[in-house]
Write a protein that binds this ligand. Structure first.
Ligand SMILES: CC(C)(COP(=O)(O)OP(=O)(O)OC[C@H]1O[C@@H](n2cnc3c(N)ncnc32)[C@H](O)[C@@H]1OP(=O)(O)O)[C@@H](O)C(=O)NCCC(=O)NCCS
Length: 254
């Protein structure tokens, strides 16, 4: 046993992952984008080491059977539906959301959030059941990363989100900006803050990274998350889903 946490494994392997078109660094999980190009023997080896592995925006019709056939029957296969959009379609919608934001909150985005901001985000993530990204990930030491957050007028962190350019330039997801880890304080839900945090993350990520497309994910039962992505202009793609092969059972997030 190596005894390293998932965060530590992903930090140790970050250059290898960045240089491999079929892999992506999700910060909280290693993601396989193209199992064929990695080879299932290598996927099996990585699974042994990591305990769980993600399959990003996979073909929903075939991915579950393929994982079971190639990797076995142990563990759960939770999945998140894919939501996607092109940049030109989404930007005006997000700008409108930001323009209409209430004056009782303050918001910001950064490629390099301060240690205090990261600490506040990690505690908010924990409170709402979102697995926190490592600090090194939010500082962009892995893939280029954008963090957006909203503060109440009392100076409390009440909403946050993170996006990253995690896909290799030669992969099928090249140029796609991933948005996620959206967290809203339970006391502040249902007043548009999840939508605002996502819109900020999308607008500021588009300006910083000039992506070709945007993607987000949401579990089938997570109606607020689906509503928030849809309001920002992302559209459910029923042909794709992100699946976690949770063999160790250690992967938990919303
Ligand atoms: C998902 C989450 C971020 C949404 O934040 P929020 O600020 O409550 O969401 P919004 O107020 O922006 O709602 C956006 C839309 O979602 C839908 N929605 C919101 N709450 C809903 C609910 N309880 N049931 C059904 N739909 C809901 C609505 O369509 C809403 O738009 P509308 O109010 O204009 O009709 C928040 O619920 C949360 O932190 N959940 C726990 C963590 C999580 O699941 N994160 C997402 C995984 S990355």
């Amino acid at each position: 046993m190596h005894g390293l946490s998932t965060h530590e494994l992903l930090y140790r392997d970050k250059d290898l992952i960045a240089n491999t078109p079929g892999l992506a660094n999700g910060g909280i999980a290693l993601a396989v984008v193209e199992p064929e190009s990695i080879g299932w023997a290598e996927v099996t080896r990585l699974l042994e080491e990591y305990g769980f592995i993600g399959f990003s925006a996979a073909d929903k019709k075939t991915v579950f059977n393929e994982i079971r056939a190639q990797l076995g029957d142990e563990g759960d296969l939770p999945f998140w539906d894919s939501f996607t959009c092109t940049v030109s379609d989404i930007l005006p919608t997000c700008e409108r959301i930001i323009y209409s934001a209430g004056k009782d909150v303050a918001f910001d985005s950064s490629l390099l959030p301060s240690a205090q901001t990261i600490a506040d985000i990690v505690s908010l993530n924990r409170e709402v059941g979102v697995s926190p990204l490592p600090a090194w990930y939010m500082r962009g030491e892995g893939p280029p990363s954008m963090t957006s957050w909203i503060m109440s007028h009392e100076g409390q962190m009440i909403a946050c989100a993170n996006g990253s350019m995690r896909y290799h330039a030669k992969s099928r997801m090249a140029g796609t900006y991933y948005v996620g880890a959206v967290s809203v304080s339970p006391r502040e839900r249902g007043r548009g803050l999840g939508t605002l945090a996502t819109a900020l993350l999308i607008r500021d990520g588009i300006n910083a990274f000039r992506p070709k497309a945007i993607t987000g994910i949401a579990q089938p039962a997570n109606a607020p998350s689906r509503g928030m992505l849809t309001k920002c202009g992302l559209v459910h793609d029923p042909s794709r889903a992100t699946v976690i092969y949770n063999r160790s059972g250690a992967f938990h997030t919303r």
